[in-house]
Design a protein around this ligand. Structure first.
Ligand SMILES: [Zn+2]
Ligand SMILES: [Zn+2]
Length: 385
């Protein structure tokens, strides 16, 4: 077993198998934090300063922590300085524990979280870590990422399973900073505990479920807004081929809001762009016509002359690489389909499938080829690449 596999097994899977699955999430990750107010909403919290119990916070009570000379944390209770520590932990003592955090002197709204909080100094800055049950975290992420896009339970099942799979696959993403994942879109957006009953229910009903490929390895569950009617092979975007991120035809998303887009450009500017950027032979009339009448009925990887479509998309900030061109007077009109990279799950298609009454397992296996859903306790630990 490689060291990374052993680490994964000891730190992540073995506690998961013991049903005590917790993740460390860096919260308020990208924000300046010099002083915070912690309030217990449910349950009593023990306060542990440098590994010794220093106090308790009862329900509805608050305490304050302020950074001192970039190296210590001042802990205040009832406006009295109790002591100075490198690390302060709030450990919930009840069956259910949740708390709120207010960042002082900041416009950021108060946020609520489940389970425990660790406050410490990292690189002379205050770091906040939510030590949270994986199911509570998953529900919070689904609420942050999917609320408003659908009210369908089957879609929430899909989101819960993909978010949980992502968390376990990427558990080492912030290992250097001492936690697993941050709360930004860099990892997965996690802006508070879940308050939405259907999302809590959907997470609980799929508790522990993750998506695996044919070799029982958890998948990289890529997704995008709308594929325009055909998804993309992962190797065509990221050069990495997988058995599950395969191009498929999708008829579910083609009438949804992000199925079509248009973009117009002066013909002269378009040809100039191709010449400047890719040395495209615009002197050749035939090549010029090809460049202005390019058609994709099925998705292609390259534009004329071997120019990667993903590069054109990037340079012109287009919604997708799935476009055809039409000449109109002295302009070229881009007729585009879809929104996003097109790899993996198409969100608007998945929502439509759920609305049409399809089951979450059908939705997942439709977008992720050759996969199955298992409980993570069935994972063999030796699955890392
Ligand atoms: Zn991150
Ligand atoms: Zn689609």
């Amino acid at each position: 077993m490689k060291l990374k596999q052993l680490y994964f097994f000891l730190l992540v899977l073995s506690p998961l198998l013991l049903n005590a699955a917790k993740l460390d999430i860096g919260i308020f990750h990208s924000m300046e934090k010099n002083e915070i107010t912690f309030t217990s909403i449910t349950g009593k919290y023990a306060v542990i300063g440098n590994q010794t119990i220093i106090s308790n916070v009862l329900k509805n009570n608050s305490v304050r922590i302020a950074i001192f000379q970039d190296s210590l944390l001042n802990f205040y209770q009832n406006d009295t300085l109790i002591g100075q520590y490198q690390e302060i932990r709030f450990s919930g003592k009840g069956f259910i524990n949740d708390f709120s955090i207010k960042i002082e002197n900041s416009p950021t709204k108060l946020r609520e979280y489940d389970d425990d909080l660790i406050v410490r100094i990292y690189n002379n800055k205050m770091q906040l870590i939510n030590h949270v049950d994986i199911e509570n975290y998953t529900a919070g992420v689904v609420q942050s990422e999917a609320l408003g896009s659908s009210t369908d339970l089957q879609f929430f099942f899909v989101q819960a399973i993909t978010c949980r799979t992502y968390a376990l696959v990427n558990y080492l993403k912030h290992a250097e900073e001492g936690f697993n994942l941050c709360d930004d879109i860099h990892c997965q957006s996690y802006s508070s505990r879940c308050h939405h009953a259907d999302i809590t229910r959907a997470t609980a009903r799929t508790s522990g479920e993750v998506i695996v490929d044919e070799d029982n390895r958890m998948i990289s569950a890529a997704f995008h807004s709308n594929c325009g009617g055909q998804t993309v092979n992962s190797e065509d975007v990221w050069t990495i081929e997988t058995s599950y991120l395969k191009s498929i035809r999708d008829t579910f998303c083609t009438h949804e809001s992000n199925a079509h887009w248009e973009y117009a450009m002066k013909k002269e500017d378009w040809l100039h762009f191709l010449k400047e950027k890719y040395n495209y032979p615009i002197e050749d009339k035939k090549m010029q016509t090809l460049a202005c009448t390019y058609v994709q009925n099925k998705r292609k990887v390259f534009f004329e002359n071997g120019i990667p479509l993903k590069q054109i998309r990037h340079d012109l900030h287009l919604r997708s690489t799935f476009f055809s061109l039409e000449q109109k007077g002295d302009s070229v009109l881009f007729h585009g389909r879809g929104y996003g990279h097109g790899v993996g799950l198409c969100q608007q298609g998945a929502i439509k499938m759920a609305n049409d009454g399809l089951n979450y397992k059908d939705i997942i296996s439709f977008y992720y080829s050759n996969t199955s859903i298992i409980h993570y306790s069935q994972l063999h630990y030796d699955f890392m690449p």
